[in-house]
Write a protein that binds this ligand. Structure first.
Ligand code: GLU
Length: 387
């Protein structure tokens, strides 16, 4: 069968593939330590589950508006005003199948052949593929561990050409855990305004912060920045709702209408009763988020300290999300060779950095229990010393 040119350049999601492989090995009885997908190991908080059950009992099982349940759109807008100082109303919100679909819709609505989209590397692996599926051109701007994997205003300025349409910003970052300070965000906002490009801010990890790190949405940097900003976010990471598939896009009413049009012809509304769970997540107590972040903080310390004690491996301290991005280049192996051999010889599953645009590193998610982290670190140390 002949597939489209558009698809020929797109590679499958390595995070999902390796996660599935590790799960399968475990089902087959292999004792695997998995640090693969960024998926909190906690159950979804009970009040959220209860709200979805209630919605089922109440018959919320029908088609809904493609853009989302009106009550959820209003609650998301209220959250963005309250938590992020972004003056949105319900009409600015599109409820999507996870954060992933919010970005996918956006690319289809905004990007056409030849449009350039600036993506700092290391990046979440789906960004460039989504741009390619929209027939745009990803422009990758590399960053370094020395710069805490953050793009500078100068780098951004230099990457912009007359074809640049969009800049993808992700803070806290997947895969590095880097968090841009409010000053750094403001400086990037200046470039966006000066060069009159769009910025999409992927804020899915905004609540997962450590050591007093602060999250400033680039849209809150100034009214001019707000006019150029589109927000992508979701419930998966903050509320341990990965399988629910509820995310959202926030932007101008015309953009939201355009994306709702795309969604209306692809998936229609997000699962109706799942949206009522999301509503409870926003309206209920936020203690569950605080508790999960406290657990991540402890795991992060054990993980980052443990990695940096292994001769030949190093990682910067992450200030957000739940990943460490570990430099393995001193072993002389590529990220794929390292990951494959580690899984084969020590049954430790990690994601090779090549998937995120950096072949010197591997990504480990510490959204897993402390016991697995400790065992995994011991196996990782044994693996490196055996090389
Ligand atoms: N975003 C998560 C990760 O990077 C989930 C997997 C995926 O969709 O890529 O691990």
């Amino acid at each position: 069968m002949h597939f489209t040119q558009r698809l020929s350049q797109v590679v499958p999601s390595v995070t999902l593939e390796i996660t599935a492989k590790a799960k399968k090995m475990r089902e087959e009885g292999v004792d695997v330590c998995s640090f693969t997908a960024g998926e909190p190991d906690f159950p979804t908080p009970p009040h959220i589950v209860q709200a979805a059950k209630q919605a089922l009992d109440d018959g919320k099982t029908r088609y809904g508006p493609a853009a989302g349940e009106p009550a959820l759109r209003a609650a998301i807008a209220a959250k963005l005003r309250r938590d992020n100082q972004l003056p949105y109303e319900a009409q600015n919100i599109l409820v999507t199948n996870g954060g992933k679909q919010s970005l996918f819709n956006l690319m289809l609505a905004l990007i056409e052949q030849g449009d350039e989209v600036i993506i700092p590397a290391p990046y979440w692996l789906s960004y460039p593929e989504m741009v390619r599926l929209a027939e745009g051109a990803p422009v990758i701007v590399p960053t370094t561990a020395q710069a805490d994997y953050k793009v500078t205003p100068e780098q951004l300025r230099q990457a912009i050409t007359p074809k640049t349409k969009l800049f993808v910003l992700n803070s806290p970052s997947n895969p590095t855990g880097a968090v841009y300070s409010p000053e750094e965000i403001r400086a990037l906002a200046e470039v966006v305004i000066e060069r009159d490009i769009w910025v999409v801010s992927d804020e899915i990890y905004e609540k997962i912060l450590y050591d007093g790190a602060q999250h400033l949405s680039i849209g809150a940097a100034s009214p001019q920045a707000f006019a150029k900003t589109i927000i992508s976010n979701g419930f998966a990471k903050s509320y341990s709702m990965t399988g629910w598939r509820v995310g959202y896009l926030a932007g101008s009413p015309e953009l939201i209408k355009a994306c709702a049009n795309i969604q209306g012809h692809s998936t229609s509304n997000v699962c109706t009763f799942a949206q009522y769970g999301a509503l409870a997540a926003l309206e209920g107590s936020q203690d569950c988020v605080t508790e999960m972040v406290a657990a991540f903080a402890q795991r992060r310390r054990v993980m980052a300290e443990g990695i940096n004690q292994i001769p030949g491996l190093s990682c910067p301290t992450p200030f957000g999300a739940f990943y460490v991005f570990v430099d393995v280049s001193k072993t002389g192996l590529t990220s794929l060779q390292f990951s494959d051999a580690l899984l084969e010889r020590q049954q430790v599953a990690v994601i090779p950095g090549i998937a995120f645009g950096d072949d010197q590193c591997i990504r480990l998610s510490y959204a897993t229990d402390l016991e697995t982290i400790k065992t995994g670190l011991a196996r990782l140390g044994a693996f490196v010393s055996s090389l």
